[in-house]
Each structure stands twice: as structure tokens, then as C-alpha cells.
Write a protein that binds this ligand. Structure first.
Ligand SMILES: Cc1ncc(COP(=O)(O)O)c(C=O)c1O
Length: 438
């Protein structure tokens, strides 16, 4: 947003990209590679602003994919990380005191948590939740929802990115390299459609271990009664219900979606905020299910193996504890959500002023632009929207100094200031002028 001020002596962004193009596929760090005219290299953060290697400033709504509910370098989190790093970055094999303190805190906060296990990422957490559900029930199949994202592992790589209507409950692989036989272990249903879920679950109950759901699927909120309906269907058919709370955990409420929607799953997976931006995830849930991973039960038929070098990493645990301290302060979520929703109204007014036929869809701290007439109820509604126009608007916002990923759900954080919102509204105004040709 401000004029570029290159750091003296630092490699230029052009140099950094030359290195990245040589060393990294698509010069990216994973699933994203922005077009060359909008991409930037992050050098540092300040509150909700990111500063590029060339000194340009961006208001950040990507928020570390949702991990940075307090921004990327909140002073309390940085202090906790520094203090822990001085005592030790990493241990393995026996307990560390920081991980124990975080485990205690999580069991207090998470409604379904009889016990929990730590993982390194959210993807690992969903993979382990599926393994535990399979070990507990002795059944192989898992029902997921079309368009839901549960991470990068092979069982999650089905029907996340459908390009057209599905033949429910047939899952379609999203990636090369996923073994063919796995397709048969995953079933797919449309989000917010209890009737279809119930018929699939009834038909497959003898082979079904669990239903896994993002309580808020990307930017789509559940219809009233959808999550409690899943709970009823799971109970009536003797299958487990898993909430993937990797995004909703601690963001919607201290107790996550379970608290916000007042529905309790059997298991819940965590990542992102739980590690305060560091490498940490968790699976929490019913004691009788989590206990299948008890290392004292190695060798038993239903023992569910879980292990990882970084599980319970003390630096990430310290960051997580410091983050939870801030977001458990009274009124934290009410204030975050109210400020975010007011801001959505203000962005909607800008779109309307320019006659741009898009909605700011979302609630609480989740949002996205959608060129559609109403809020989406499932993935097919998203696909039916004008995604190219959404991408064009998002790319123009990037040019105007607002960091969003095209057509990807984004977040308001607790460190967005009124100035950040005002600058974003001005950037949106400019982006609307450019993209609508006004
Ligand atoms: C709902 C959900 N589950 C799982 C994951 C995977 O988490 P990670 O990227 O930490 O592996 C993500 C990541 O965005 C997510 O949004």
C-alpha cells in the first residue's frame, strides 16, 4: 500500500524469485503460485500487515491459512516462543512440561475431549482420526463431504475439488499418486443435505467407520440442524462423528464449533491455532477411542499407531498456550466476530455502490467474495457462481495491496485495526473501478 522501500543489502525480490524458480516447483511453497504481476515475497509482518522484500505493505486476510488469529508476530506469542526456545527447541520420547500444560488446557476447553493426542499438522490429525475410527469400529469406510478439505494425505485427497456434479457416494481422486483401491474406502455426500447423508449411511453402515465433516465447510455455514442431524444419524447407525476443527477450533469460540453450534462429536481434529502458528496439531475425543493409541497397548489387535518426531513440540506448544491465553479473555470472540461482520457489511456496500453483483459471504471471522445471488449451501453452489469474476476481483485487490488468495476463504484476525479496514475498503473501491471498467 505504501511506496516500495527495498531493504539495503538484501537480495531484491527479482533475485529471490530467480532462486525460487530454480529450487521450488512453480516457485511456490505448496498449492499456490500467484501470477507474476501480483506475487510478492514476505519479509516480515507487523500486526495484520505483511511487508514484502521490497518494502510494499499488504493488509493480510490470508492469516497464515487461519493460524494467525492474533497476527503473525503477536508480542505475547513471540515472548513465549523465545522463552521456550532458550530452554529447548525440540525433545522426543519422554514428556515435556510445555506439552503437558497445553494438553491440560485443551482437555478443559474442548467439549468432546476426554483425552487427546498431539500431531504435527492438521493433515496428520485428520489421518489419525480416521485411523482411530477404523480401529475402534473395525470398519474401513469414511463418509466425507463434497468440497471439504481435510488436508494433504491420501484419504483426504478425494472430492475436494470437484469440477461438476458427483455421482454420490462415489469419491473422485483429486491427485495423481493416490492408490486406486483407496477410492473405495471414501464415500461422498453433499454438505447440508441430511436426506442424502442418511440414505448413504443406512446403506453402508456395516462398512462405515465414521462421518467426517468440517463444521463450517470452507466458507459455508451449516444449516440449522445440520450438525445435530449428523450427530443423530451417526448415533442411530452406530458410526463415529468426527469434526475437523483444524480451522474452526478456537476461532469460532474457545471450545470451537462444538461450543458455537452446541453439538459434540466423538473425535475432533486440530491444527493451525492450536500451535499458535507453529508445527502442532491434535486429535481430541472420547477417552475410549483416543485410548486405542495408548503406547502401553502396542501389540493389541485394535492398537492404533501414532507417533511423530515433532509431536508435542515444546516451541509450538508454548505458542499455542500463549495464543489460547489471549483468545480465552472474556469477550474475545464476540468482539472479533462483531467487528468482522460490520466490515463485511461495509465491503458489501462498496460492491453495491459500483453495481458489482457479488456477495461478501461468510460469518464470524470467515469470509470470501462470491459472484452469486445468495450464500452457498454446498460445493455445487460455489461451482455455479462466477468464479472467474471472483478471481479477477481478488487479483485486483492484491494489486491494490490487500493480501487474499483468489477464490479462497479468508479471515479477519483480532489484530486488524480500523485503519486496516479503512484501507481495505479504499482498495476494494479502487479494485471495483478497475474491474467493472467504471
Ligand atoms: C479443515 C482443514 N482440515 C485439515 C487441514 C490440513 O491442515 P495442515 O495444513 O496443517 O496439514 C486444513 C488446512 O487448511 C483444513 O483447513
Amino acid at each position: 500500500m505504501s511506496a516500495p522501500v527495498p531493504e539495503s543489502g538484501a537480495p531484491s525480490e527479482a533475485d529471490l524469485y530467480r532462486i525460487a524458480e530454480r529450487a521450488l516447483p512453480g516457485a511456490g511453497l505448496g498449492g499456490y503460485s500467484l501470477p507474476e504481476d501480483v506475487r510478492f515475497v514476505i519479509a516480515a509482518a507487523r500486526g495484520a500487515r505483511l511487508i514484502s522484500a521490497e518494502g510494499r505493505e499488504y493488509v493480510d486476510y490470508v492469516g497464515g491459512a487461519g493460524a494467525n488469529i492474533l497476527g503473525a508476530n503477536h508480542p505475547a506469542v513471540v515472548a513465549a516462543v523465545q522463552a521456550q526456545a532458550a530452554k529447548g527447541l525440540h525433545f522426543f520420547g519422554t514428556l515435556n512440561s510445555t506439552a503437558i500444560r497445553l494438553a491440560e488446557r485443551l482437555v478443559e476447553l474442548i467439549p468432546c475431549a476426554g483425552k487427546l493426542v498431539f500431531t504435527t499438522t492438521g493433515s496428520e490429525a485428520t489421518a489419525y482420526a480416521m485411523r482411530m475410527a477404523r480401529a475402534f469400529t473395525g470398519r474401513d469406510r469414511i463418509l466425507k463431504f463434497e468440497g471439504a478439505y481435510h488436508g494433504n494425505h491420501d484419504y483426504a485427497a478425494f472430492s475436494q475439488f470437484p469440477t461438476g456434479p458427483a455421482n454420490y457416494p462415489l469419491a473422485s481422486a483429486d491427485s495423481g499418486g493416490v492408490p486406486g483401491p483407496l477410492q473405495n474406502t471414501m464415500l461422498v455426500a453433499p454438505y447440508n443435505d441430511l436426506e442424502v447423508v442418511e440414505s448413504i449411511v443406512r446403506e453402508h453402515r456395516s462398512e462405515l467407520a465414521a462421518i467426517i465433516v468440517e463444521p463450517v465447510q470452507r466458507v459455508i455455514f451449516p444449516d440449522d440442524g445440520f450438525l445435530s442431524g449428523l450427530r443423530r444419524i451417526a448415533d442411530e447407525n452406530d458410526v463415529l462423528l468426527v469434526f475437523d476443527e483444524v480451522v474452526t477450533g478456537f476461532r469460532l469460540a474457545p471450545g470451537g464449533a462444538q461450543e458455537y453450534f452446541d453439538v459434540q462429536p466423538d473425535l475432533a481434529s486440530y491444527g493451525k491455532i492450536v500451535g499458535g502458528g507453529g508445527p502442532l496439531g491434535a486429535v481430541a475425543g472420547r477417552e475410549d477411542v483416543i485410548d486405542l493409541t495408548n503406547p502401553r497397548h502396542k501389540g493389541k489387535a485394535d492398537y492404533a499407531y501414532i507417533n511423530g518426531t515433532l509431536h508435542g513440540n515444546p516451541v509450538a506448544a508454548a505458542a499455542g498456550l500463549a495464543t489460547l491465553d489471549v483468545l480465552c479473555q472474556p469477550g474475545f470472540h464476540a468482539q472479533l466476530n462483531a467487528r468482522a461482520e460490520r466490515f463485511y457489511g461495509e465491503m458489501q456496500a462498496v460492491l453495491q455502490r459500483h453495481g458489482v453483483p457479488a456477495i461478501v459471504t461468510g460469518r464470524a471471522s470467515f469470509w470470501q467474495f462470491l459472484f452469486a445471488g445468495r450464500a452457498p449451501r454446498n460445493q455445487l453452489d460455489i461451482l455455479a457462481s462466477e468464479l472467474e469474476r471472483g478471481k479477477t476481483l481478488d487479483l485486483e485487490l492484491l494489486r491494490q495491496g490487500v493480501y487474499v488468495l483468489p477464490n479462497v476463504r479468508r479471515f479477519v484476525s483480532a489484530v486488524h485495526t480500523e485503519e486496516d479496514f479503512t484501507d481495505t475498503l479504499a482498495a476494494l473501491d479502487a479494485a471495483c473501478k478497475v474491474t467493472s471498467g467504471a
